[in-house]
Structures are given as C-alpha cells and as structure tokens.
Design a protein around this ligand. Sequence first.
Ligand code: FE2
Ligand code: FE2
Length: 361
Amino acid sequence: MKIRLLITQLIPGMIVAEDVRTLDHQLVLTKGTILNDNLITKLHMYSIYSIYVERKNSVLSDISTITDISMSYSERLKQTPEFKEFRKNYELGIDSFQDAINKVITKEEKIDVKALLQTSLTQITESVGNGSILNMLQNMREYDDSTYTHCLNVGLLSHIFATWMKFSAEDIETMTACGLLHDIGKLMIPHEIISKPGKLTDNEYKLIKTHPISGYQLLKESGVEDAIAYSALMHHERNDGTGYPMHLPGSRIHPFAKMISIVDVYDAMTAARVYRPAMCPFKVIEIFEEEGFDKYDVEYLLVFLTNVVNSYLQNSCLLSDGREATIIMINKDRLSRPVVQAGNDFINLMERTDLHIEKII
Ligand SMILES: [Fe+2]
Ligand SMILES: [Fe+2]
C-alpha cells in the first residue's frame, strides 16, 4: 500500500513507492530507494512537491516507540493504545472502502450502504469516543490526501456532526452514509486529473465539476435513500446561490446536503494537499466565521463550529508569537479566538487581535 506525502512530511527511513521524476521526466529517485536526509534535500532542490512512499514499514508506524517526556500532546496521543487502535481501524477502513467502492464504480457490484458503513466505519467509531475522533483524525493528517481518504474522513465527521445535532440512530446512519458517499462521482474521474498537483486546465476543471451529477446518477440508479443521493448532488451548492451545479438557493438545498457541505469544506481545509500543507482548525474556523454565514446554514454552522472548538479545549497550541499555550475557554461570539493560558499569562485572543493560534500541538 502506498501513500502520497508532501516533501515536508518525509522522514529518513521511508521507502519510495514509485519512481520520482521531474516535470521534464528526469529520473530523480527510483522505486524502492530508502530515503535519507540527503535524498530528501535532493527532492527539495528539484522542487518536487510530493512523492509516493510505502505505507507499511514506513517509520510513521514506529512513531509510538519514541518516549520522551518533553513530547507535545499530539506526540503523546500517538503513543496511546487508543490511537494505535484508531490508526489500525482507520487504515483497514480505507482499504475496505476503496475495495468496495471500486466494485460499485466498475458496476461489478451494487451498492450496499449498510455493509459499506459496517466495513469502513463502524470499527473506527466504536473503538473511540466521539470526543476523541476529531483529535485523532487531526493527528492522521500525514496520511495520503486521496479522495478515498477524504470520503472516509467526511463520513467520520458527518457521524460526529449528526450526534452533535442529537439525531436519531437512524438519521445518524443516513448522515454518515451521505458523508461517505458525497464524492463518489469524483472517484469515477481519472486519478491523474484528481491528484494533479499543478493548475487544472479549463476542461479538466469542467470535468471535475461534473462529479455531483455523475455521483447522483450512480446513487439514484442504486436505489439508495434520497438524502444520500441529494447530498452527492448538492454538497457544492451554497445558500447564497453561488454554488454548483445548479446554483440553488438555500431554500432548495436538502438539509443533509447543507450539513455535508460544511463538513466537506472543513475536511478539505484541515487536510494537507499536494499544493499546500494542512491548515490549523482555528484558521479554518476563522474563515468560516468571516465568510461562512451567507453560504452555509447558520444553525448548522454554529453547532458544528462550537463543537469542533469544544473538542480542542485543554489542548496545547502554538501561538503566532512562538509561545506554547493551553486552550482554556471558548468565546461564543468569536469561536476562532478562545482564551488561552501561556505560563502564568491568561490571554483572551478576542482582545489580543495581534495574536492567533498557529497550530494545535
Ligand atoms: Fe465534491
Ligand atoms: Fe468532498
């Protein structure tokens, strides 16, 4: 199993899983090469953004053997049996999702939503509490940014969101399926276009924008619940009519699709992409606060953002002035700017607008 990692995420000891070439096809590293510091520097020199490495045997799986009391919260989290269990189930979940969904796309098998949820997600959601899923997910960000991973993440986040909305067990299951399958249309587009690191041509962009309709058609033919098919069709629509493919106003967007659109954007921004590193959840929340209230349903957005911020209470973070701090209190009027404690200093980020949370550590 191989994963695509950004050059900044490479660690000596990882094994190159695919020949690495420059844009003009000059061979830089061959498949099977074990990375060391010099080779990683070489990749930087050739301005290569990302490469494929072997997932198994990579030093990523050995991170838990490091014991050091000066470790950050996130490093300590990665040492816990819960995280190891989460990571194992997460990897298995992605593998089974990819396997099952490919059979649906190639029309070898009909979609079986219940079986899909069972094999891809149930193990993960049952092994950890909802409160920790978000934190654990944030610590899985070094993993690949494939559409399969994105779908699994959106499925997991939709599951948590539905519990925050206090939905019935049945609706939680539907919402999870909406998240897991929202981008099924994207999985039918050639991989080279979806994962292209450079700028897309107009035609490639047009093709990608067809995924809500192709996904909807596939799901509709499979006879799944309406909410699932409509979430695939409408998750890029926006309340102010600026979305696609139909530029629908908020009153005509399915409620589940409205919720999936929030989760979808949150996952896309907090995950690393080949062209940019992962964004800090607090930065993403700030963007939602500044631009989100016209585009997304206010009630859903507030439930989602408040609960995301709450799940980071007591977490350590790095401030923009380089200090480490603990997030101790949420400001309801400005969720992206909580009160933090750095040493003996209590800093209200709502007042100290010169400072912000750079990252969760
Ligand atoms: Fe999409
Ligand atoms: Fe998506």
